[in-house]
Write a new protein. Structure first.
Length: 315
């Protein structure tokens, strides 16, 4: 009888813990919160232990900023421009999937990558930005990926949220695309590969897999938002690793070149695909080649006296 009472007490405490945990995030719908919490539990794999080397580099109060010369294929021609990769760690709220303002044990530590690309097409400019939020413990897919592109015709925006499935929201000024909300089954994300290289390249997916191309590629080429067959490989030469993704259906190959030792710095990339429309369509290769790299708390450097930092990046 004492054992039965003890079990009941344990179950009551366990239930209370679950109830309190599910109430930590103030969302509009409590059932949604519970579903999101359940999703995190179902999809998480064992957490990868962080090395002291990783902690010293990624938790030193700075961001890593790398500038690249950009050669970008657009409308069947090559364009010159610049690209920047900004890597920084931050706490992430798993429920509403945004950066956490306060410390909380339910926060998920992520390595965020903001990628910007700027180039000119004829008279008008393109400005592109992609953000991906990947758990530093390398135990699940990216929690969120967002993309936006602005040019003189208008702008497009897309966002992927990691929930029971991948939830997609997309907005465009094109009638055929318009405003869309839908779900797709989970698969490896091309966008998360860049983060994964910096976190744990030994765990990169190798072989024939299903992969969802980058939001930038899907939105700018107007391809269907889904997982495609991809053949991937990882090779090493002269201290440099190359991760290659080949999409047979899309006739596209992406190569990402990075150092084979921590912190696995990304030096360049090459993206080969059919670009342009109609008679102007041809196979071209977009490239990014490193200019310079700095580590700095850029969010504190917004005064005119900080403009010289852009010179150090060659921007």
């Amino acid at each position: 009888m004492k054992l039965l009472k003890l079990n009941k007490a344990v179950y009551s405490i366990f239930g209370l813990v679950i109830l309190l945990s599910s109430c930590k995030e103030k969302l509009k719908n409590n059932s949604d919160t519970l579903a999101m919490s359940t999703t995190v539990i179902k999809t998480e794999a064992p957490k990868k232990e962080l090395s002291q080397e990783f902690k010293d580099y990624w938790y030193n109060g700075s961001a890593e900023i790398t500038s690249y010369n950009l050669e970008q294929a657009r409308y069947g021609e090559m364009r010159e421009g610049s690209a920047v990769l900004i890597f920084v760690t931050e706490p992430f709220l798993p429920g509403i999937q945004v950066k956490a303002d306060n410390s909380n044990e339910s926060n998920i530590p992520v390595l965020k990558l903001n990628t910007t690309k700027n180039y000119i097409t004829g008279i008008y400019p393109y400005s592109i930005m992609t953000s991906s939020f990947y758990p530093v413990h390398d135990n699940q897919h990216a929690l969120k990926v967002s993309f936006s592109a602005q040019e003189w015709c208008g702008h497009v925006y897309a966002q992927l949220n990691n929930k029971d499935d991948f939830e997609i929201m997309s907005h465009s000024y094109f009638e055929s695309e318009g405003d869309q909300d839908y779900q797709i089954e989970k698969a490896v994300l091309e966008n998360e590969i860049w983060n994964k290289i910096r976190v744990n390249p030994e765990n990169l997916p190798i072989g024939e897999i299903k992969m969802i191309p980058s939001l930038e590629f899907i939105r700018t080429t107007h391809e269907e938002f889904k997982a495609y067959k991809a053949i991937t490989s990882l090779t090493e030469k002269d201290g440099m690793n190359t991760y290659e993704i080949n999409y047979p259906e899309l006739k596209r190959t992406l190569k990402i070149n990075f150092e084979n030792k921590f912190p696995y710095l990304i030096e360049s990339w090459a993206d080969t695909f059919h670009d342009g429309f109609g008679d102007n369509k041809k196979v071209l290769t977009s490239k990014g080649t490193r200019i310079n790299r700095i580590t700095t708390p850029y969010w504190q450097q917004k005064s005119n006296k900080d403009l010289s930092l852009r010179d150090s990046l060659g921007l």
